[in-house]
Design a protein around this ligand. Sequence first.
Ligand code: TRP
Length: 479
Amino acid sequence: MTDLSQNQKTSTESRGQWSSNIGFVLAAAGSAIGLGNLWRFPYLAEQYGGAAFVFIYLIALLLIGYPIMLGELAIGRAAQLNAIGSYRKLGGKNWSLVGVMGIVAGFLILSFYSVIGGWVIYYIFEYLRGLISDIVQSNLGGISQDTKNHFVSFTSDTWQPILWHFIFMFLSVCIVLKGVSAGIEKYSKIMMPCLFILLIIILIRSVTLPNATAGIIYYLKPDFSKITGEAMIAAVGQVFFSLSLGMGCMITYGSYLSKKENLQTNALIIPSLDTLAAFLAGFAIIPAVFAFNPNATTIGQGPGLMFITLPKVFQQMPFGNFFGLLFFILVFFAAVTSSISLLEVIGSYFIDQFHWKRSKAMLIMASLIFLLGIPCSLSFGPMQNAKLFGKTFFDCLADLSSNIMLPLGGLLMCFFIRHIWKIENAEKEISSEGQYPFKLLPLFKIMIYVISPICVVAVFLYANTGLFGDILALLGFIE
Ligand code: TRP
């Protein structure tokens, strides 16, 4: 517990503050570790050459993840405000627009994230039913025989997924309503250690399955021939989404951090925990899939991996319902500690700016996000044919937020530190006014001035080639 000066105390009482550094680290790691780690990372690693992808991911993490994380935390702690307020305070009115974009991005991300979170809770209930029916020796409950049909018939239903999406949002709101230290921090302190324990249990089960060796070899043997430009771009994009960067999430979390804490070590620990979780998730998933399908050439990507392939694997293993239940609880913990961070970023703006009560800010925002999530959910069923730019509503929101708004947010943050806030001020904050000398400053400067912007622009252009093609075609430049 850190002591606060009387002054600081009064100014932070209304908006909250982390009660300890470890609480902050677990909450920030909770934000970072989410669906991005559990299904996206294993699938990318599988697609882009196993350990070779892990290797380039680590490089991207060092070049971009660390400096941008540090930059965001520093901005937030210096300003002690939400994302919009921080940019405005340090850079003037126009810069608050970067914060606005971040909050809008958070709004969009949470609306589709919560739909998937709802699916996860539904699966927890299905496995729980299966477990109970195992105990009473009947086979009626649990995930039905054909996991693909089961998944499709559930997600394409009109009301069911919306109901679970509501439940997920409701649970997230309940945590955030309790505040920064009594809500977010407290639950992260419980859920994050549990998450790692569950992950290790699943991992041990997975690597001890007969035939798992093929999968372990597949995962650990680097295949550098698969490292193409596309793989590198995927690694950069993954660093962004996985570390919750580019939308002011870490600005907001940094703003609740005491001036006494060391930002440099924190900005190193959070990405490390995030990467550890992603790497372990690959270890838990890839060998299990290979064990039951030794000739697998691909493990099936995206939602299919988590909701179709894995349930199939659990179905084939002894005590499958039990392990399935543990796995989906783990995914739920990961998803909810991420969703509360998104909600906090949005709500904190209304608390700081308009002095709304926490309950009012959170309830209103969560309701709006729930409403926006409804068409996302319907994109898998009744609205599946309603396309905007050739994409469903769900894909539109996902692409707009992750492929456009996040990289743009990251790029503008680098520019902001270099030209507006200035590196001297950043250094002052990062070193806590000289308390922790910032020895890596020259390196940080190269990253923020040159390397990160170049990488981010590359991802931005690559991820949106389709979009730019469409615009150019629309303007008549290309066929
Ligand atoms: N990082 C989370 C994941 O891996 C998702 C997330 C939470 C996020 N907050 C964010 C992504 C802010 C981008 C920005 O699932």
